[in-house]
Design a protein around this ligand. Structure first.
Ligand code: UD1
Ligand code: CA
Length: 447
């Protein structure tokens, strides 16, 4: 049977008190809606349709490729939102999976279960339920004395007795497509002036048809986001799961509550994450690395046995056995070769450091190529910017750069050459040459 997914994302999310659409608030390093899109793709093996509000170009952008959009011009409720997709979807599939976009933790397995149960259900719909003492404002499932589902009552309209019910409507359904498209336009107007998708349940029951129920895998999956407090709860639940999975895969995490690992990060076994470590973007960490405490790494790659302590890396690469920090900053295009040592208060940008380079204390290396085993003394600066353009510094293998050397680029330091402490190097130094002194002198007079 062919199932297509529709994600309802046109709501205003007023309870977030935000200028940004609710589904764009970040969760676990992605916009919230990206999680639902990914799970629905996995569940249906196809591209989902997303119902968006007017002027939602930013939502379209965040949704990425392989997503189709339908606009709901007026926000007249969940039933009305789904109806907007009828024109596009009628006749295209046998079943329709519908998921609210504010349930970012709802996993593909729960969605798949809905689809499978509906495939076997002689009736026209299956709904996903959860059992919980905390209602989170969800609609309650109504059953008759025989235990059959007969309807859903919204919290706002529920009697005190109905409010006690602990079987909750999660906000995910699977429908027989033809039945759905015929009934959607017949939904009654609710007392709130909206068309409620939930009213389809009573409609099916009135027709004498069977409504089936699927139960969520994990209760955390139904953390729906209506407020920023819910968002923080979802972030915590997601983080706990991600960290648990990495620990099961052989990564040690000293303090999971303060460790953040993005969805696209990869980690090798026996790597140890110390408190307050943040790993984001397309980051790949090798085996047996020690990261943190207090370390932020984005879009970076490192080999095995690296140590990064209290430092920041963005778009940088480390070969194996590199140690960095504390208080180092590796910026875009920094490449540190095997066994490099980069100590405190260093910054490297758009530069390659060869194997075994030592750069122990505060230094700035930008737009440079540095050969193997070069020693960079404390306070060394590549003066790469003349106020208009950037220039490169080249330091050949085995050179020794004395403390506080200013390398005024473009400049080349030869193999095994040396510079004295405080040297201001404005001209190339030949292989094995030794350069000392500061040439600061007036080189141009204004008449
Ligand atoms: C809805 C359900 C409730 C369920 C809960 C759980 C209805 C009437 N109620 O309540 O039974 O327990 O979800 O998730 O369905 N949306 C639109 N267009 C609209 C209105 C909403 O696209 O005009 C989208 C929203 O973006 C959101 C989803 O539908 O993703 C649910 O809307 P929301 O207003 O959050 O409904 P709830 O009050 O949570
Ligand atoms: Ca909601």
């Amino acid at each position: 049977m062919k199932t297509e997914a529709v994600i309802l994302a046109a709501g205003l999310g007023t309870r977030m008190k935000s200028d940004i659409p609710k589904v764009l608030h970040p969760l676990g390093g992605r916009p919230m809606i990206a999680w639902t899109i990914a799970a629905s793709k996995e569940a249906t093996s196809g591209d989902p349709w997303v119902v968006i509000g007017p002027d939602a170009q930013d939502v379209q952008k965040a949704a990425g490729e392989g997503v189709k959009f339908v606009e709901q011009r007026e926000r007249l409720g969940t039933g009305h939102a789904l109806l907007q997709s009828a024109g596009q979807l009628r006749g295209r599939c046998d079943q329709v999976l519908v998921v609210h976009a504010d349930l970012p933790l709802l996993g593909a397995q729960s969605m798949q279960r809905l689809i499978e149960i509906q495939e076997r259900n002689p009736g026209p719909l299956t709904l996903l339920v959860a059992h919980s003492e905390s209602s989170r404002g969800f609609g309650r499932i109504l059953r008759n004395d025989d235990g059959n589902v007969i309807g859903i009552i919204e919290e706002a309209h529920a009697s005190p007795q109905q409010l006690e019910l602990q079987e909750l409507n999660v906000g995910a359904y699977c429908y027989e497509a033809d039945w759905l498209w015929d009934r959607l336009s017949q939904l009654p107007l609710s007392p709130k002036g909206e068309y409620y998708l939930t009213d389809l349940v009573a409609m099916a029951v009135n027709e004498g048809r069977e409504v089936a129920v699927a139960t969520v895998e994990h209760i955390d999956e139904v953390i729906g986001i209506n407020t920023r407090e819910h968002l923080a709860q979802a972030e915590f639940a997601l983080r706990s799961k991600v960290n648990r999975d990495w620990m099961l895969a052989g990564v040690s995490i000293l303090d999971p509550a303060s460790t953040y690992i993005g969805p696209d990060v990869q980690l090798g076994r026996d790597t140890v994450l110390l408190p307050n470590t943040h790993l984001w973007g397309n980051t790949i960490i090798g085996a047996a690395c020690h990261l943190g405490p207090n370390t932020i790494i984005r879009d970076s790659v490192m080999g095995d046995r690296c140590v990064v302590e209290a430092s920041v890396m963005e778009g940088a690469t480390l070969e194996s056995d590199v140690d960095v920090g504390p208080f180092a900053h590796l910026r875009k295009g920094a490449y540190l070769g095997q066994g490099t040592h980069m100590g405190n208060f260093g910054e490297v940008k758009n530069s390659t450091l060869g194997a075994g380079v030592k750069m122990g204390h505060f230094a700035y290396v930008g737009d440079a190529t540095i050969g193997d085993r070069v020693n960079i003394g404390a306070g060394t600066v590549t003066c790469n910017f003349d106020g208009e353009r950037k220039h490169r510094t080249e330091i050949e293998e085995g050179a020794f750069i004395g403390s506080d050397t200013m390398l005024v680029a473009p400049v080349r330091i030869g193999r095994e050459a040396q510079t004295g402490a405080g040297a201001v190097v404005t001209r190339d130094v030949p292989d094995k040459g030794v350069a000392v002194g500061a040439p600061a002198r007036v080189i141009r007079k204004v008449k």
